[in-house]
Design a protein around this ligand. Structure first.
Ligand code: NAD
Ligand code: ZN
Length: 345
């Protein structure tokens, strides 16, 4: 079978021919119907510092997936051949304090599928049965593969009340775009998006943002206040990982408002925490991964509701992996929303 493999500790990846893997005990083998690129895959491709410290080539890349089960390993009794599944990427231990108290998303012994194990940028892939999520047949593979990042967006947007609320989203990369559609589908009354890229501001509008702001040219805080009778937004959702966006959002959110932070910052961030968080009595959430499995039910229900506007977010679709380098380079240049591969041509 064909697979995109990180073959060497260096920039890039290679298309390789390898044997179809065999499922071991507790694993299933899937025929990959659709798989999408995540920012993490891009970091592995670019071989940044984090990737150098974590990834052990040779390894098949990728973790966002929708596929059909073609073989099940020993001891798997809840998944059958023919099931249509996606995969949670956090492989949790089930034994630590967090797991035992229902907080699997912060398991102390988390391994990441496709980061610490072979992944799904392949025609066939192994999924640990405990990480498989059964999809309803009516959800097309190109949407089903987006459920893992949609889970990040859902946990960010729905960490507090959203219906009827005014919202600022900073960053309209793939995750921010998913956040926009989740916020609109969940009844946000006004979604303002701050994003420096012209291409991504256009995408944000197509996905459903009510107002888009270019933070390089406009005063984000003033624009937000003007749009909210001088009060600031009820909810600030950070999807950029830009220190400047964090500060602008904290200034633009109304006192006693809610802040959910998903973006990861490249270094330590300094800001006036007394005036921007404590005296404003903000409710602040750090968001990581997805709740197992509550978030998956919410994502699946949102997909089935037909209320999510995903088509403008999927900017690139590829049959086969032949053009994977083009896909990664476009993503590096910020010229994409989500990129989806259909491995079987
Ligand atoms: P991305 O880099 O594609 O998107 C970030 C966007 O922010 C870009 O479009 C960029 O133009 C924009 N941006 C840059 N500076 C800005 C500013 N000053 N104001 C507003 N926008 C600005 O990343 P992504 O794949 O969409 O992921 C978003 C963030 O979420 C990243 O930081 C990523 O590392 C993080 N992330 C966190 C988790 C988690 O579990 N916490 C999971 C996945 C991703
Ligand atoms: Zn655990």
């Amino acid at each position: 079978m064909t697979a995109i493999m990180k073959t060497k500790p260096a920039y890039g990846a290679e298309l390789v021919e390898v044997d179809v893997p065999q499922p071991k005990e507790g694993e299933v083998l899937i025929k990959v119907l659709a798989t999408s690129i995540c920012g993490t895959d891009l970091h592995i491709y670019e071989w940044n510092e984090w990737a150098q410290s974590r990834i052990k080539p040779p390894q098949i890349m990728g973790h966002e997936v929708a596929g059909e089960v073609v073989e099940v390993g020993k001891g798997v009794d809840d998944i059958q051949v023919g099931d249509y599944i996606s995969a949670e990427t956090h492989i949790v231990c089930g034994k630590c304090y967090q797991c035992k108290t229902g907080n699997y998303h912060v398991c102390q012994n988390t391994k990441i599928f496709g980061v610490d194990t072979d992944g799904v940028f392949a025609e066939y892939a192994i999924v640990p049965a405990q990480n498989a999520w059964k999809n309803p047949k009516e959800i097309p593979p190109e949407y089903a593969t987006l459920q893992e990042p949609l889970g990040n967006a859902v946990d960010t947007v729905l960490a507090g009340p959203i219906s009827g609320k005014t919202v600022l989203i900073t960053g309209a990369g793939p995750l921010g775009l998913l956040g926009i559609t989740v916020a609109k589908a969940s009844g946000a009354s006004l979604v303002i998006v701050s994003e420096p890229s012209d291409f991504r501001r256009e995408l944000a509008k197509k996905v459903g943002a009510d107002v888009v702001i270019n933070p390089m040219e406009e005063d984000v805080v003033k624009e937000v206040k003007d749009l909210t009778d001088g009060n600031g937004v009820d909810v600030f959702l950070e999807f950029s990982g830009a220190p400047k966006a964090l500060e602008q959002g904290l200034r633009a959110v109304t006192p006693a408002g809610r802040v959910s932070l998903l973006g990861l910052f490249p270094r330590e961030v300094t800001f006036d925490i007394n005036n921007l968080v404590i005296f404003k009595a903000l409710e602040v959430h750090g968001i990581t991964g997805r709740h197992l499995w509550q978030t998956w039910y919410t994502v699946s229900n949102l997909l089935r509701s037909g209320k999510l506007n995903l088509d403008p977010i999927i900017t690139h679709k590829y049959k086969g992996f032949d053009k994977f380098e083009e896909a990664f380079e476009l993503m590096r240049a910020g010229k994409t929303g989500k990129v989806v591969f259909f491995p079987h041509k």
